[in-house]
Design a protein around this ligand. Sequence first.
Ligand code: XBP
Ligand code: MG
Length: 258
Amino acid sequence: MEQTELQALLLDVDGTLADTEDIHRQAFNAAFAEAGLDWEWDPALYGELLAVTGGKERIRYYLQRNRPDFQLPADGDGFIAGLHASKTRFYVDALASGAVPLRPGVERLLHDAREAGLRLAIVTTTTPDNVTALLEHSFSVPVTDWFEVIAAGGIVPNKKPAPDIYDYTLQQMELSPAACIAIEDSLNGLLSARAAGVDALITVNPYTAQQDFDGALAVLDHLGEPGMPCSLLAGSCAPDNMVDAAYLVELHRQPALA
Ligand code: XBP
Ligand code: MG
């Protein structure tokens, strides 16, 4: 069968561009405290709650799982939305104060991908304001215009692991899934990409390192920088110290891991 040429790179945000999940966790806790709630999500609990993507969905999941006796007010959706809006404010403020560096190799790879003519998009479940804050405060140059599509949050009915956000992005870019590679950090992200027919490279982080990434093209610890080589954790296609556009083209020709 003829191989479709790689044309686009679809990037997850949380855990992939930057290790943001712990900032999210602290922002949830700050919002709970501000609302006078005694809920406290420690890293171990947060790791379990990450099974559900989306902050509002995660709060609801926590209530069902850990606080079955908590009486939601009559307007339960409004209550959760209010808590989540407060969480978003704390999160955006933390990013604006320069709290979050990019993961190794992210900015380097984006420069290289652009030079190689690859099209770029963001594909995330996180709230759009969070993406804006990361793009504005964590990169050394303005990058917002580099992304043809920034697909984020509740613009689709179902968040990852559903394929909706990838389907939406492909439709906007008028691209076939076979012409793309996703970069993700989590099983939910991998499942979402695969369900839309997009193969994925995984870079793990502390919250996702133990997950099972069958069906990925390769699993790495990070994208690599000069002086900080990346390591292949699963798969047969090893980058030469760093992930660059040439490696992605080569990886795109490989079959996914069984
Ligand atoms: C990220 C998420 C998000 C963030 C919180 O998943 O699950 O819910 O943790 O963001 P992915 P919001 O990296 O797979 O897109 O609170 O703004 O939803
Ligand atoms: Mg992620």
